[in-house]
Write a protein that binds this ligand. Structure first.
Ligand SMILES: [Zn+2]
Length: 148
């Protein structure tokens, strides 16, 4: 728990749709495509190297489950997974997180265009709290329905 950390300071319960392996999957404030979500370790760590080997496995296991969930619900046939470790790599929030970006054919101008959008995500529209709560509620309901 760290003050001024957006993933520690506020309760993420409303925007979370999956919890396992000491991690939460949450909807994103500024998604670059439909369903773009984040997987966040519940313990505040800044860098990948701050995770124990077990926590590292847990983060990837949580990411795998989140990926399956998002691809099923959003009918995606691929997913981009990105972890920006350090400012030089584009990390802007000091709490380690993994981007899970479900992809559909021709959703962007080219398959690799997600990366530029992720780096420029400050240009994406910020969603309202109500929009984020609604998406998370839908994902929780669908996850239960599908048994995922
Ligand atoms: Zn934090």
């Amino acid at each position: 728990m760290v003050d001024n950390c957006p993933f520690c300071a506020a309760s993420l319960d409303g925007i979370a749709f999956f919890e396992a392996y000491g991690c939460l999957a949450i909807v994103n404030l500024a998604p670059i495509v439909l369903g773009h979500s984040l997987v966040v370790p519940k313990r505040h760590v800044s860098r990948l190297a701050d995770l124990s080997e077990g926590e590292c496995r847990d983060l990837f296991a949580a990411t795998q489950r989140t990926a399956l969930l998002l691809m099923t619900i959003y009918k995606a046939d691929g997913i981009d997974i990105s972890l920006q470790d350090g400012a030089s790599a584009g990390q802007t929030v000091g709490h380690l997180h993994v981007h899970a970006i479900p992809r559909r054919p021709r959703d962007l101008e080219r398959p690799g265009a997600w990366y530029d959008r992720l780096i420029d995500s400050h240009r994406q529209r910020r969603r309202t709290g109500a929009e984020m709560l609604a998406e998370a509620a839908m994902l929780r309901a669908r996850r239960t329905e599908l048994g995922l």
